[in-house]
Design a protein around this ligand. Structure first.
Ligand code: HXC
Length: 550
């Protein structure tokens, strides 16, 4: 740092200090108290607080509000229990001295950090303040975040990050990159130890999106959230392509196309309600379990399996209704609802305990597994396994999606993730095969072979290498081709194959299915299986870690 810069810095702080003293004198209207030392320091504290709490000032706050956004402090207060928030490091000053940064005062260096409670449970939280230098991440800004992250890890409580930032503070150069590196490292160390929740509430660019990508759950809000590595301007300059911020990285893009977002809301307030609901389902750290809720029965008049599950095996149905027919209060918190909708993942409760549901969705692409649905399910399975949440898997799929696009997109590598995740998971794993369980799909959806603890099947289950039509066409190809009436023979051969394999009894005969059950016994059987698996212990092989097909 040059001498000149040092002098300017002193004069800026001298001016600020003078302002504080004058304001604190004005503030003190009680003549008796004016000379008391305690009163003077109290006043100084109040004035300093007042200045720091102004954030980026009236104009910047107005701009923030005009965009339909709350301020960083308002966001924290809207999320945590009332009167529970305690802020730290309010008086931290930015460290940048170049490019006239020494002449600026950035309250709290553009980020608010603290502790509070949600539903009575402690959490650590930070919220970037876009009104202060665009919430950009400088050296001290990063220090505040890493300090609260370290707290969260020491205290073993969830970390919630509200991101609203232009990314690395350009004027602070490598120090802001270092700050991001420190955050990413901590995100990775904390992964699987404490829940990490990211809320994207502004235009988040560059480093501001990689940290959320390393966390467990990302929340976005329509028209407010934007995430990209390089924004439209850079894309236009480098590639000549034109696109709006919204179309490049808006909330819908990440909730539906990229899968980077796990929850989508129409407003910030709705988003905070979603976060409160999510934290009610998850444990506070990996050494505990989610808080049990009072036991409640499903709303079976509204969600009745016999009304939901079609008698025609070719007819689709909404598997979320099956989940609601067995979950407490028919409550299901779906994750990544609009992304890879051919698989459904989310949290529910059974007899008050949190359960992670993974289910093929016959309504979308017949519930096949493909690149995106494998990624989606595999990550969720690993989350549940890390945080002691039992898995209930509902199976109805014709297998992996065939096609050039899928093969060239790496369906082998992506599809393997789900095999890896289920095989590795040691939490209780209960599987229900409702209808089709063909080929690799049968194995992948938490079969007995990937160490499901219990596999149940409805009488309608069809467990085979492939669908009867495809199978008959291959194994009876010559007989069909050489027959006088090929269509008739094909029909007969399909029936033959169906009678032999398209049922749960062959798998049950080998013990791959533990029990063939009536649909209306499902909840009772699942609850029993979950109850008796509560103390499940698995000795994993002694290794540092595996090498999943990332
Ligand atoms: C310093 C920044 C800043 C940044 C914004 N500001 N981003 N200051 N460093 N990265 C400042 C602006 O100069 C402005 O200051 C104030 O914040 C508000 O910004 P606006 O541009 O007026 O707001 P808006 O029009 O809403 O646009 C928001 C934005 C845009 C889309 C985020 O500011 C932007 O494109 N910023 C740069 C994004 C970026 O490329 N970041 C670096 C990424 S590289 P004044 O004083 O005028 O109010 C990176 C590397 C890490 O992060 C990679 C790790 C893997």
């Amino acid at each position: 740092m040059g001498k000149h810069h040092g002098k300017v810095k002193i004069s800026i702080f001298a001016l600020l200090w003078k302002k504080v003293l004058i304001m604190s004198e004005k503030n003190n209207t009680d003549p008796k108290q004016r000379n008391s030392g305690l009163s003077k320091s109290k006043n100084i504290l109040q004035v300093r607080k007042k200045i720091a709490l102004q954030g980026g000032g009236t104009k910047a706050i107005e701009k923030q509000k005009a965009g339909g956004k709350l301020t960083a402090r308002e966001r924290i207060l809207a999320l945590v229990d009332s009167n529970s928030f305690h802020e730290y490091d309010l008086f931290v000053e930015h460290a940048g001295r170049d490019f006239d940064m020494n002449k600026k005062y950035l309250p709290g260096d553009g980020v608010i950090t603290g502790t509070g409670t949600i539903n009575g449970h402690p959490i650590c939280i930070f919220a970037q303040d876009f009104t202060v230098a665009g919430g950009s991440l400088g050296y001290m800004h990063a220090k505040k975040i890493t300090k609260i992250m370290d707290h969260a890890m020491k205290l073993r409580v969830p970390l919630i990050g509200i991101n609203d930032s232009g990314g690395a503070r350009i004027q602070e150069g490598v120090n802001s990159l270092a700050g991001y590196g420190e955050i990413f490292y901590r995100n990775t160390q904390a992964s699987g130890v404490i829940p990490q929740i990211s809320v994207i509430l502004g235009p988040c660019a560059g480093g501001a999106v990689y940290s959320p990508a390393l966390t467990d759950f990302v929340f976005v809000v329509d028209k407010i959230s934007k995430m990209f590595i390089t924004g439209p301007e850079v894309i236009k300059t480098v590639l000549g392509e034109e696109i709006s911020m919204e179309d490049l990285g808006g909330a819908k893009v990440h909730a539906e196309i990229t899968g980077n977002a796990h929850f989508y809301a129409e407003s910030e307030v709705e988003c905070f309600e979603q976060i409160k609901s999510l934290v009610s389902f998850i444990p506070w750290n990996n050494k505990t379990t989610a808080k049990p809720f009072p036991k409640k029965t499903p709303r079976t008049r509204q969600y009745k399996i016999e009304d939901i599950f079609p008698s025609n095996p070719k007819q689709p149905y909404d598997v979320r209704d099956i989940i609601k027919s067995i979950a407490d209060s028919s409550e299901f918190m779906e994750i990544q609802e609009k992304f890879a909708a051919n698989i459904v993942i989310g949290f529910g409760r059974m007899e008050g305990r949190t359960v992670g549901f993974v289910a093929n969705q016959p309504l979308v692409l017949a519930g096949v597994l493909d690149v995106d649905s494998s990624d989606k399910a595999a990550r969720f399975i690993r989350y549940c396994d890390s945080f002691n949440i039992p898995l209930v898997t509902l199976v109805d799929l014709p297998g992996y999606l065939p096609g050039i696009d899928q093969e060239h997109s790496g369906v082998i590598r992506h599809g393997a993730k789900i095999l890896y995740a289920y095989s590795e998971a040691t939490v209780p794993k209960i599987t229900l095969i409702m209808r089709k369980a063909y080929g690799g799909g049968y194995i992948a959806m938490c079969s007995n072979h990937l160490r499901a603890d219990f596999v149940f099947a409805w009488p309608t289950a069809e467990i085979a290498v492939m669908g009867p039509e495809g199978a008959a066409n291959i194994i009876f190809r010559n007989e069909i081709k050489n027959a006088e009436n090929p269509d008739e023979v094909r029909k007969q051969k399909v029936k033959e194959y169906k009678d032999k394999f398209a049922n749960p009894y062959v798998a049950a005969a080998y013990g791959y299915v533990d029990a063939v059950i009536e649909p209306d016994e499902t909840r009772k059987m699942l609850i029993h299986a979950l109850d008796i698996s509560e103390e499940k212990r698995v000795d994993a092989p002694d290794k540092k870690h595996g090498i999943p097909p990332f």
